[in-house]
Structure formats: C-alpha cells, structure tokens
Design a protein. Structure first.
Length: 143
C-alpha cells in the first residue's frame, strides 16, 4: 500500500484564509491568546504545515475587558530594555492595561508563536480593538 504525503501550497493557503471575530469580554488572557495563536498559525486546519503560512485572520474586540487569574494583577510586570546602561523599564500589569490594553494581548500572542520568519507575517493578520466597534464587519450568517 502506497501512502502519499500532500503538502499545502502557499497559493492555496492564501485563498482559503478565513476571518475569525472574537470577543475578549471576561476571557482569561492565557486561554484566549493560545486560541488566537492556533488560529494565526493555522494549526486548526487539516492541511497545516509548519513551513507554510496557512493561518487565518483574527479580529479581537473589547481587549480592555480581559481577565487574569490569581495574583497576576499585582505580580505581573512587563519588562523592556533600551540597550543602554540603566535603560531597563518595568511596567506593572494594571498600568499597562490602563495605558494600552491591546499591547497586553499582542505580547501574549506574539510570545506564543514560534520565533521565526513567519511570526511577523502572522502577527500582521491579528487586529486588536479596545472597544466593541471595529472597522471590520462580521460576516452575516447565511440562511
């Protein structure tokens, strides 16, 4: 018995992209970001291949209403460094949510994706909004 392995082509992956609209209201940050990372990478598709960018578009609304569990609201910090001596900055989770809640979800999803050349392309397909209104219209259900 001969078994054949089929590999997806980039052209077909480009044509079969779908749009997923998610609402982040009362969603746990880690669980939502893993779901988004799977959709962006295309791991939910039957013809997934790690070397082909076959993921979908993801639009997330209400990122300011995200939820985290445990004591992370007080304990979690976001760290960045400018590269200069003494250039380290830490921002607490609460202050980051007040300033820009989309950055919290964006960093969580970005760090869950593989660190390779496809990550930047996958992140471009992620659209985050703090409120319920977006410029993208949700597709109407066909009857």
């Amino acid at each position: 018995m001969i078994q054949k392995t089929t590999l997806p082509k980039a052209e077909t992956a480009e044509k079969t992209r779908k749009w997923h609209f998610l609402d982040a209201t009362d969603q746990v940050l880690g669980r939502l970001s893993t779901r988004i990372a799977v959709l962006l990478a295309g791991k939910h598709k039957r013809d997934f291949a790690p070397n082909v960018d076959c993921g979908d578009f993801v639009v997330v609304t209400n990122t300011d209403k995200l939820r985290i569990t445990g004591n992370k609201a007080e304990d979690k910090f976001y760290f960045r460094h400018s590269g200069y001596a003494g250039g380290a900055k830490t921002i607490p989770y609460k202050r980051q949510m007040e300033q820009d809640s989309t950055k919290v979800l964006e960093l969580a999803v970005k760090r869950m994706l593989d660190d390779n050349r496809l990550r930047s392309r996958r992140m471009k397909r992620l659209r985050l909004f703090t409120g319920a209104q977006t410029q993208f219209a949700a597709p109407k259900a066909a009857k």
